[in-house]
Design a protein around this ligand. Structure first.
Ligand code: FAD
Length: 542
């Protein structure tokens, strides 16, 4: 049985109810996914439940960098810089199609956060701590060189600059790829299953009660250990366990805006000073450039953070300050996203100053909760919590393997990404598609890109639609999609990076999904309405 086929859900739910698991994970973001792969690959019988789509929480709304965390150096978090620096090299090795080395340009500006000497010194320490390869280490640049590389930068403000190494990714795709890999080790991840309560044997937690979000059915999952990896919702689960004491999660909102590449045609990813002492990224990606982020306290509804007009004003002011000739205004914004950081509260600290370190809380009932952390450090976070579970399992005399995720490829490893892109390009040749299409397919689906392109060219009619249908069928067969939004957001990123393709594909994709999943007319209409609402939210700012 293909665990990730959208058609197998009923069978998987049956297994979820009937089997007894060693470990149950609540939350299918990057944290939960990492834990599922680590545990399952050690031989631990693992289930994971996610109340929405996989990666539909914070793990599809980040800046999408696998980074060494330069800013944490300034906060004195040397351990964090060292750990995430090493981790990004491991993720790059294990998922080369998903992790793209990116030279980051840091312009040094008048009155800015970074001075030339401190930056040269800081980046040297950063390169050493993050074990950056010699050829990829930082280089300092003159003002002329910086402006030659990025002619649109503010010439009055720019004094000099430097380039250093970062990596770009797709957070949601990384999460999905980790979960798919976990199923190779017999993990059982299911989306649209919400934990409504914990289950107890005496005073010890022994699994969870759930509601199937798609059908309303309820049930119980039995597990010896339960890990709460619910990201921004971690404290809600701790509350159900009556163990919400001591440290708490602090929510801050981060917004990114998207403009067409022509409006902000930067040649590199940039990390630059906003006007208020904060730092902001601008990242070119295919047809668009996105920039952000904000960092403001958040006490709204966790399920639906949105981009406000204040967020837009702030980011436009910052981007126009650094790229004055681009004159970007509200009407240029093609999309946006807002994510919630699940940070560990630190009294008296402003949002940007709060540490991004992760912490584990263990309650009297045995519930293990994990919060804080970064996308980049997901593997180490997973190792720490599964190590804890394993110590307890060992005490009961059961055996398991040591952690081996350092050497597990995510998906089928693409040996040479550039060659694969060339091959896919050849398949799609003369089909009037955007120049970035082959790269998009390979970076999104890895080795499967070839088969998706091959079946796309067998479709008749408009090639863009043929490709969309081919991708959709792949996701139905292998990527557990149950709603149109799963396809347009978490699997393909179209809502953010190719929003105009949604209107072209909406009707045909809805029909195709309806045929596969037996949707009636009212379900079809509801699905399409939801997409139109999401498009509106990403483009209308109240
Ligand atoms: P989530 O992704 O939110 O996953 C938790 C999941 O639990 C959710 O999907 C939710 O639906 C599910 N859940 C909640 N309650 C229940 C329940 N009762 N039953 C079942 N499921 C439930 N990190 C980096 O390394 N690089 C970056 O560039 C970066 N940029 C960022 C920019 C922004 C704006 C933000 C907000 C964060 C950024 N981060 C970055 C941090 C990173 O994105 C987060 O640390 C990470 O995504 C958190 O993942 P998570 O799995 O803990 O949470």
């Amino acid at each position: 049985m293909v665990t990730f086929s959208s058609k197998n859900r009923a069978q998987l739910l049956d297994n979820l109810q009937k089997d007894s698991f060693e470990l149950l994970i609540i939350g299918g973001g990057i944290t939960g996914a990492g834990i599922a792969l680590d545990a399952a690959s050690r031989g631990i019988k693992t289930a994971l439940v996610e109340k929405g789509d996989f990666a539909s929480g914070t793990s599809s709304k980040s800046t999408k960098l696998i980074h060494g965390g330069l800013r944490y150096l300034g906060q004195g978090d040397f351990g964090l810089v060292q750990e995430v620096g090493k981790e990004r090299a491991i993720v790059f090795e294990n998922a080369p199609h998903l992790v793209v080395p990116e030279k980051m340009l840091l312009p040094l500006v008048k009155g800015g956060t970074y001075g030339r000497l401190s930056t040269a010194l800081g980046l040297t320490v950063y390169d050493l701590l993050a074990a950056v390869k010699k050829e990829e280490r930082r280089s300092m640049l003159s003002k002329n060189k910086v402006l030659e590389l990025e002619p649109l930068l503010n010439k009055e403000l720019t004094k000099s600059g430097c380039v250093y190494s970062e990596y770009r990714t797709d957070d949601a795709r990384l999460t999905i790829e980790i979960l798919k890999t976990a199923t190779n080790y017999e993990a059982l991840p299911i989306n649209y299953i919400e934990v409504t309560d914990l289950a107890y044997n005496g005073d010890k937690v022994c699994g969870a009660k759930y509601r199937d979000v798609l059908t309303g059915d309820i049930g119980i999952i039995s597990a010896n250990y339960t890990v709460n990896a619910a990201g921004p919702w971690v404290d809600k689960i701790r509350n159900k366990d009556n163990s919400l004491y001591g440290k708490r999660v602090h929510h801050t909102k981060g917004v990114h805006l998207v403009v067409p590449k022509e409006k902000l045609p930067v040649n590199h990813a940039l990390y630059f000073d906003a006007f208020d002492g904060r730092m902001i990224f601008a990242i070119p990606r295919g047809k668009i450039t996105y920039f952000g982020t904000t960092d403001t306290n958040f006490d709204g509804t966790l399920e639906s953070p949105t981009t406000s007009k204040e967020d837009v004003s702030y980011l436009l002011k910052a981007i126009n300050n650094m790229f004055p000739s681009c004159k970007i205004n509200k009407n240029d914004i093609s999309s946006s996203w807002a994510g919630i950081r699940p940070l560990i509260h630190q009294e008296g600290k402003a949002p940007s100053e709060i540490s991004r370190k992760d912490e584990i809380f263990e309650s009297q009932s045995g519930l293990l909760s994990i919060a804080g952390g970064k996308l980049t450090g997901y593997r180490k976070m997973a190792k720490r919590i599964v190590d804890k579970v394993c110590i307890s399992i060992s005490k009961k005399g059961k055996e398991h393997h040591a952690c081996k995720t350092e050497n597990i490829s995510l998906g089928s490893k693409v040996e040479n990404v550039e060659i694969l892109i060339d091959q896919v390009n050849t398949i799609l040749e003369n089909n009037n598609l955007h120049i970035c299409t082959a790269e998009y397919l390979v970076r999104t689906y890895g080795i499967d890109a070839k088969q998706i392109a091959e079946s796309a060219i067998r479709e008749t009619g408009d090639m863009k639609i043929g490709l969309g249908i081919s991708e959709l069928r792949h996701c139905l067969n292998k990527e557990s999609i149950h709603k149109l939004s799963d396809f347009f957001i978490q699997r393909t990123g179209r809502l953010y990076f190719d929003i105009e393709s949604i209107s072209e594909l909406l009707d045909v994709c809805c029909e195709e999904m309806a045929n596969h999943l037996n949707w009636n007319n009212s379900r079809k209409e509801a699905e399409k309405d939801e997409i139109l609402k999401l498009v509106e939210e990403a483009t209308l700012f109240l």
